[in-house]
Ligand binder design. Structure first.
Ligand SMILES: NC(=O)C1=CN([C@@H]2O[C@H](COP(=O)(O)OP(=O)(O)OC[C@H]3O[C@@H](n4cnc5c(N)ncnc54)[C@H](OP(=O)(O)O)[C@@H]3O)[C@@H](O)[C@H]2O)C=CC1
Ligand SMILES: Nc1nc(=O)c2c([nH]1)NC[C@@H]1CN(c3ccc(C(=O)N[C@@H](CCC(=O)O)C(=O)O)cc3)C=[N+]21
Ligand SMILES: [Mg+2]
Length: 305
């Protein structure tokens, strides 16, 4: 068997085309251009690549994007002030703080400062909690992108065994919650899991987000499984690879995502989708209540919260 390749760039292209139409509608109906602000603290080279990808993708669909670069030594107070300024700005619809942050910042405290209505990463405590009870405003982009890939490929989720390798706040845990919401049977593995293979071999859908090259070999995969590789690992030559031994596993899986060109482009695309949704929600609310600019923030929390 040779697995069908799930092409994230191809699926992303279709979703971006729909997203461009939503951007055009919003301009026509409300005169609003969706605007994403990305905050980058310090000089992490990997973060720079991602941030550039995001800016390029925004431009493609007509979303305005602004990069706010802050010095690595910025204080927690200054960072929080900057976020509060963006929360109040009526022409900003999405705010993303690129992770990781320098170690002297309390990431949860920073993320909680972002208005829940502009939290296009879905990382605010409110949106994380919303995932548990089925009431999020924004779903986190990577797990949301994985769901959209599976749906696009008509891979059923309900009642299936889903194993997730990796339990981070930004990928593994929200992925597990989204899979539970779709009535999958979910196992979540992490670095302390004993005998990883006994869980991976059960999976109808195996999702890997550990950051360990070639963690998953063919012998760990059930024949006919769908294998989703979230991992991004850069070798010393700068070449990207995932967490799955692609050449070995593709002979056993029924479908598999490549790296690059799999989940990565979907993540960026879901950020675009969330940013347009944010702009649509804010524009609708502004129209409904004819808000004065200075009242925007307070009113949103009452009317939409
Ligand atoms: N394609 C995309 O769009 C994105 C890709 N990524 C990539 O996905 C990977 C994971 O990212 P992220 O979740 O942020 O990473 P983290 O480092 O925050 O989390 C990694 C998780 O994997 C677990 N883990 C580490 N080693 C093993 C192992 N040998 N066996 C089983 N589990 C293990 C860790 O366990 P423990 O909790 O016990 O430490 C942890 O839960 C990275 O390669 C990252 O670059 C991330 C975001 C988006
Ligand atoms: N606040 C925040 N939100 C994030 O969503 C976030 C973050 N911080 N920190 C880092 C991780 C990582 N991440 C990726 C995004 C795009 C690709 C991507 O586009 N990958 C391309 C290749 C990119 C390349 O060439 O390096 C691909 O897989 O084809 C990968 C990884 C988002 N993250
Ligand atoms: Mg197509």
């Amino acid at each position: 068997m040779s697995a069908r390749i799930l092409d994230g760039r191809d699926i992303a292209r279709d979703i971006r085309a729909e997203t461009s139409l939503r951007v055009a509608d919003l301009a026509a109906s409300a005169g609003v251009v969706p605007h994403l602000v990305v905050i980058l603290v310090g000089e992490n080279p990997a973060s720079r690549v991602y941030v550039e990808n995001k800016a390029r993708a925004c431009a493609q669909v007509g979303i305005k994007s602004t990069l706010v670069r802050l010095d690595v030594g910025i204080s927690a107070q200054e960072l929080i002030c900057e976020i509060e300024r963006l929360n109040r700005s009526p022409d900003v619809h999405g705010i993303l703080v690129q992770l990781p942050l320098p170690p002297h910042h309390d990431i949860q405290a920073v993320l909680r400062t972002i208005s829940i209505h502009k939290d296009v990463d879905g990382f605010h405590l409110y949106n994380v909690g919303g995932l548990v009870v089925g009431k999020t405003i924004f779903s986190p982009c990577t797990p949301y992108g994985v769901m959209r890939m599976l749906d696009h490929a008509a891979i059923p989720v309900e009642g299936r065994n889903v194993t997730i390798v990796g339990a981070s706040n930004i990928v593994g845990k929200p992925m597990a919650l989204m899979m539970m919401a779709r009535e999958a049977t979910v196992s979540v593995c992490h670095a302390k899991t004993r005998d990883l293979a006994q869980y991976t071999i059960l999976a109808d859908i195996l999702i890997v987000a550990a950051g360990v090259p070639k963690l998953i070999g063919a012998q760990m995969v059930r024949t006919g499984a769908a294998v989703i590789d979230v991992g991004i690992n850069r070798d010393p030559q700068g070449k990207l690879q995932g967490d799955v031994d692609f050449d070995a596993v593709r002979t056993k899986a029924s479908c598999i995502t490549p790296v690059p060109g799999g989940v990565g482009p979907m993540t960026v695309t879901m950020l675009l989708v969330n940013t347009v949704s944010a702009a649509e929600r804010i524009a609708a609310n502004a129209t409904m209540h004819s808000l004065r600019r200075s009242d925007l923030k307070a009113d949103l929390s009452v009317q939409l919260g």
